[in-house]
Design a binder for this molecule. Structure first.
Ligand code: PLP
Length: 460
């Protein structure tokens, strides 16, 4: 396969993609497949001799689509969305063609400068005052970067060279509604799960701020070294929000760094009416939000805004001789802001998406999702035996059957075996609940109405 062949096959791939997306509603959202079935259809070894592209293509079309869960299906209401707007797919195609490694300004000047401009565009669109930040692969990595920075700032940057042996025991604080990526970050940062202090939440899911202040004071008195607070803007389970302004104020008063995890809900903040939900985020040291969830710039694209990038660069940046840019010492080299050295050209899809739909077009989509989620919750609440457990937080809510956990779990299995819609589960206040999130880029009011009609049908 050479570049002339690629010209031919890229066109076929574009046609295949258009047909695939046009036909999604005719497919089950999640395939009915037993684990291992897909792998069993593949040879045990790689071929020694080159195969014709037609044979590879035929195997792809025969085997792969039917064995995938279709994240771009308009009736994907599971987890959080991983939207891929058509303009984003086009940008990714172009970024793939250039195939740059954007670790330094000089290895990818346009990618570096577009990333800087996109950070400013997006911050303005979200009503945030930040002018600096970077794009990571995932919110998990952004949160890891923030937690590593919390650690090093608290240790006076001694951990980078001396390690943690003999260092004071660090503490990180977060509510019990924050995502498991925070747990992962403290584990990877060598702080240890036991030193992630999970602060209890109120009935509305917000961190108890007085409990946070008390925990920091108690830990200090006991000889721990409090380092930072991760605050939750749209928790994964049921969409909980901390009172971010109050949490950030406690962190600041205690001299701790604050990081806001708005991985999902951040996209909604392009709509001014939702911004009271994360009021105070503008005062945090770091904020992460994933355009790859709800804004249409496909996976992977996690934006981290930084009030002052200096501490993170000091924590993550290394500049051996082979990474120097002679005569340009002060230039932005984004590898110094992130965990991996190598970086993809992720800013391109943000540029294409914001221009192709306009902020107003994106707002309309998010407002529709929120309105349709509220209507879906009302329609489910009207079904006999169904109870809304958590009301819509933006476009996420949960429900359960009054008959109890076993009945709710059995209903979820029936829903997903049916395949017309796809929902997932969580636990809330000790109960097994079914989560519903509305956010797929191409979903319509009719797609969302199908949630209550499918549930109603399967209940009878
Ligand atoms: N934070 C929240 C609130 C999430 O919901 C998720 C994933 O759903 C993450 C972090 C992790 O996101 P990522 O897959 O970008 O690492």
């Amino acid at each position: 396969m050479n570049h002339e062949d690629l010209r031919h096959w890229s066109k076929r791939a574009a046609d295949w993609a258009a047909d695939y997306h046009a036909g999604l509603r005719t497919r089950p959202v999640r395939p009915a497949l037993v684990p291992g079935a897909f792998a069993a259809a593949l040879p045990a070894q790689a071929p020694e001799v080159a195969e014709p592209m037609q044979a590879i293509w035929d195997d792809f079309t025969r085997l792969v689509p039917d064995a995938m869960t279709h994240w771009q299906h308009p009736r994907f209401f599971a987890y959080f969305p991983a939207n891929a707007a058509p303009a984003s797919m086009l940008a990714e195609q172009l970024a793939n063609a250039i195939a740059a490694q954007a670790m330094l300004w000089q290895t990818a000047p346009a990618a570096t400068e577009l990333e800087e401009v996109m950070i400013r565009w997006l911050a303005q669109a979200l009503g945030l005052p930040f002018t600096r930040g970077t794009i990571h692969d995932s919110a998990t990595t952004a949160t890891l970067a923030a937690v590593l920075t919390m650690r090093e700032r608290a240790l006076g940057w001694a951990g980078l060279t001396g390690g943690l042996a003999g260092a004071p025991r660090l503490r990180i604080y977060a509510s019990d509604q924050t995502h498991s990526s925070v747990d992962k970050a403290v584990r990877l940062a060598g702080i240890g799960q036991d030193n992630l202090v999970k602060i209890a939440t109120d009935a509305d899911g917000a961190m108890q701020v007085a409990a946070l202040a008390a925990a920091i004071a108690r830990d200090r008195a006991a000889g721990y070294l409090p380092a930072g607070v991760v605050t939750c803007a749209g928790g994964t389970s049921v969409g909980a929000f901390d009172g971010i302004g109050a949490v950030v104020a406690v962190a600041r008063d205690a001299g701790l760094m604050s990081h806001v995890d708005a991985a999902w809900a951040g996209s909604a903040m392009i709509c001014p009416e939702f911004r009271p939900l994360w009021s105070g985020a503008e005062a945090a040291d770091s904020v992460v939000m994933n355009p790859h969830k709800w804004l249409g710039a496909q996976f992977d694209c996690a934006v981290q805004f930084l009030a002052d990038p200096g501490p993170q660069i000091r924590t993550l940046g290394l500049r051996p001789a082979y990474l120097e840019t002679p005569g340009q010492d002060e230039i932005t080299n984004f590898n110094e802001w992130t965990v991996p050295l190598g970086r993809r050209f992720r800013a391109l899809k943000l540029w294409f998406v914001m221009r192709a739909y306009g902020l107003d077009g994106l707002r309309t989509r998010i407002r529709n999702h929120v309105a349709w989620a509220r209507a879906a919750a009302a329609a489910l609440a009207a079904l006999p035996g169904v109870e809304i457990v958590t009301p819509p937080a933006l476009s996420l809510f949960s429900f359960a059957l009054q008959a109890g956990d076993a009945a709710t779990k059995a209903l979820l299995v029936r829903i997903n075996d049916d395949g017309r819609i796809y929902l997932t589960q969580s636990r809330h206040a000790g109960r097994y609940v079914i989560r519903v999130q509305v956010g797929q880029f191409d979903c319509t009011a009719e797609d969302v109405r199908m949630i209550a009609s499918v549930v109603s049908e399967l209940l009878t």
